[in-house]
Design a protein around this ligand. Structure first.
Ligand code: P6P
Length: 340
């Protein structure tokens, strides 16, 4: 099917709904509600410098991170939108210690889906006007009707996701998502509030020459990561090395650039972050699902991210994600160092 880049997100969802075996329209409505919430958050992010909404909210989240006002705002908008439509039976968020169950009139607990999200990732960049993002992950509930159950419904391995995506609030606002049938990117026309299919069938280049990592943590990196960074920096003309180092400090932005240009993003474990910094359920799993659907790879340095069995809601894992050949090369260095 030749992609119609004048197609709106709404038209795209309807056209592709048939391909999604589970849906009885609920998943489409779920994606549509995320689309709406993203427009509302985008409006605030775009005027952050003008109103008193940047800076700290005076609270910290379960991660012990200062909550930025926009973090809290974004979290509330996405939760409200999802609750009001009673499409999901539960929501987990980076900003909430525990998950939320949806009490609704119409037997909301029978709703089929749970959503896990990072409502505003990279929020420390807000005050310096660097792009930030929202990341979401959607599963079908596994428990029978009634209250969702943490272990059955929220702690599912990433290979059970039915949809995942991100919104990047950058020079333009884009919604990029997958339902397991490839990855498509939609750009918001803010003048009319409509998303258009601007990036059909997105694919990670098989290889690349951009590596994204916070090298300030170098001394604490595992030896395999140090060896791989050295490899990236070596002169080797036929392999287009040394690579270029690009690190924005906003996962969605680094991931998005690497998916378009080719590259690898790494957040290994460090002295400060014994298991890495990124959260498995609402950062690594959704980005890994998108990466694999776009022909890329995502691992913790040793095993596929999507096969990790979660043990807790906010658990962290080391994260290596991007062009297939680059992730495989990094894993080679990790395995070699481990075998010494
Ligand atoms: P550091 C943002 O807080 C985030 O979760 C990712 O978006 C980003 O890639 C990473 O942390 C930045 O972490 O330790 O390099 O500042």
């Amino acid at each position: 099917m030749t992609p119609n880049t004048n197609q709106t997100l709404g038209e795209f969802i309807i056209e592709h709904e048939k391909a999604f075996k589970y849906t009885s329209g609920e998943l489409s409505r779920l994606i549509n509600s995320i689309r709406l919430a993203a427009k509302v958050v985008n409006h605030e992010v775009n005027k952050a410098g003008l109103v008193d909404i940047t800076g700290k909210a005076g609270d910290t989240n379960i991660q012990g991170e200062d909550q930025q006002k926009l973090d809290v705002y974004a979290n509330n908008r996405f939760i409200e939108t999802l609750i009001n439509r009673e499409i999901v039976c539960g929501i987990a968020s980076e900003e909430n210690d525990d998950y939320i169950t949806i009490q609704g009139q119409n037997k909301a607990h029978d709703n089929k889906y749970v959503v896990l999200m990072d409502p505003l990732d990279g929020s420390s960049n807000i005050d310096v006007n660097v792009s930030v993002g929202t990341i979401f992950s959607i599963y079908r509930r596994k428990s029978p009707i009634g209250e969702p159950v943490e272990i059955d419904d929220f702690l599912q391995p990433g290979n059970q996701q039915v949809a995942a995506g991100y919104i990047i609030y950058g020079t333009s606002t884009m919604l990029v998502y997958t339902t397991g049938h490839g990855v498509n990117g939609f750009t918001l026309n803010p003048a009319i509030g409509t998303y258009y299919l601007s990036h059909p069938d997105m694919k990670f280049p098989d290889d690349g020459n951009i590596y994204s990592i916070n090298e300030g943590n170098y001394v604490h990196f595992p030896q395999g990561v140090k060896d791989y960074i050295k490899y990236c920096q070596e002169e080797c003309e036929e392999e287009n090395r040394p690579y270029t180092s690009r690190y924005i400090g906003s996962l969605v932005s680094d991931f998005h650039r690497n998916m378009i240009k080719g590259g690898i993003y790494m957040y290994p474990n460090t002295a400060k972050a014994k298991n890495g910094k990124l959260r498995l359920l609402y950062e690594c799993n959704p980005m890994a699902f998108i990466a694999e659907q776009a022909g890329g790879e995502a691992s913790d340095g040793y095993q596929r991210i999507l096969d990790i069995n979660p043990t807790e809601l906010h658990q962290r894992v080391p994260f290596f994600c991007g062009s297939k050949k680059m992730v495989e090369k990094a894993e080679e260095f990790m395995a070699k160092a481990k075998s010494k």
